[in-house]
Design a protein. Structure first.
Length: 310
């Protein structure tokens, strides 16, 4: 799979498609306590993204007991159909700022996010027409816009029509979002999950664009949330679109909270602030099938010469 989304959709011009591939943001081995990264430090492997949060990932994600993921390592690595629920943040923050491409063009985070979603859906559909896509928009609560369809044109038409953003509260209920998704796409019920391939898997693709609103779950929903996140046939990936970290926002805390949702250590979680190319590169990395891809910490997207390998 290419590390740049600009090569996945022939004939479609991108806002910025001239930049080369970039090494993936790998979630680093945590310290004992969570620490904020220095504001002026450039994380390893993301020299183009000055505001990367890669070095601030929550320690809870990598301190999970390894037994949590044992059953998932034994799952059949099959290319079964995916039911992909794309959750698009429509908070005011998605249109309150702009980022610039190398040619000087300016785009809001919402414009770029919709663009990379469209490329993702069309490319994923070309890979396997059995994949289905649903669209949820996120205000204070999730709203279903498009039920599952394997027609990318129908999905993208509905996606392009999403323009109205709203001011949102200071927290977002993740448990409510997952409940809505499970009602929309019930998980397969299989007794011997390590032997029998599922008829499909459910993948949540969260595109979250708030820098002042923590994703959280009420105390009485924690057990239900954990059970869903540990399900062998539910995967949650995320692209966090944020303001550059500063004292007056919660970008780091929100990124940590999103990473904490990865209870199985099988999610792919990326972040981007101002780099247009990284929007496309990160979305391209999400094309891989969750049952067939390695753990995010094991991925590497640069070509090596024979001399480097030797």
């Amino acid at each position: 799979m290419s590390s740049s989304a600009s090569t996945t959709d022939e004939g479609e011009a991108l806002p910025d498609s001239t930049a080369g591939g970039s090494e993936e943001t790998v979630r680093q081995e945590p310290e004992e306590d969570k620490k904020d990264a220095p504001r002026d430090e450039v994380p390893h492997g993301e020299s183009e993204e000055m505001n990367s949060l890669a070095s601030t990932v929550s320690s809870s994600q990598d301190s999970q007991d390894s037994s949590d993921g044992t059953i998932h390592a034994l799952l059949p690595k099959v290319n079964c159909p995916e039911k992909i629920v794309i959750c698009l943040d429509m908070s005011k923050e998605m249109t309150s700022r702009h980022v610039s491409s190398r040619d000087g063009s300016k785009f809001s985070p919402l414009q770029l996010t919709k663009r990379v979603i469209e490329i993702f859906v069309k490319t994923k559909s070309r890979m396997d027409r059995r994949h289905q896509f649903a669209l949820l928009v996120l205000h204070d609560t999730p709203t279903l816009v498009t039920d599952f369809t394997n027609d990318p044109d129908v999905f993208c038409e509905d996606l392009r029509a999403q323009e109205d953003t709203e001011e949102c509260q200071t927290t977002f209920n993740v448990a409510q979002l997952l409940q809505e998704i499970i009602q929309l796409a019930p998980l397969p019920e299989i007794e011997e999950v390590e032997l029998i391939p599922p008829p499909y898997i459910v993948r949540v693709l969260l595109l979250y664009g708030r820098s002042h609103c923590l994703p959280a779950a009420p105390e009485d929903s924690q057990q239900m949330l954990s059970e869903l996140l540990l399900s062998p046939h539910l995967f949650l990936d995320a692209l966090y679109v944020h303001e550059p970290p500063a004292d007056d926002n919660q970008s780091i805390e929100i990124f940590n909270a999103i990473c904490d949702l990865d209870r199985k250590c099988l999610s792919y979680v990326y972040e981007v602030a101002t780099n247009v190319t990284m929007f496309h590169n990160h979305m391209a990395k999400l094309l891989a099938h969750p049952l067939q891809r390695p753990a995010q910490s094991d991925t590497y997207y640069r070509l090596q010469s024979n001399e480097d390998v030797a």
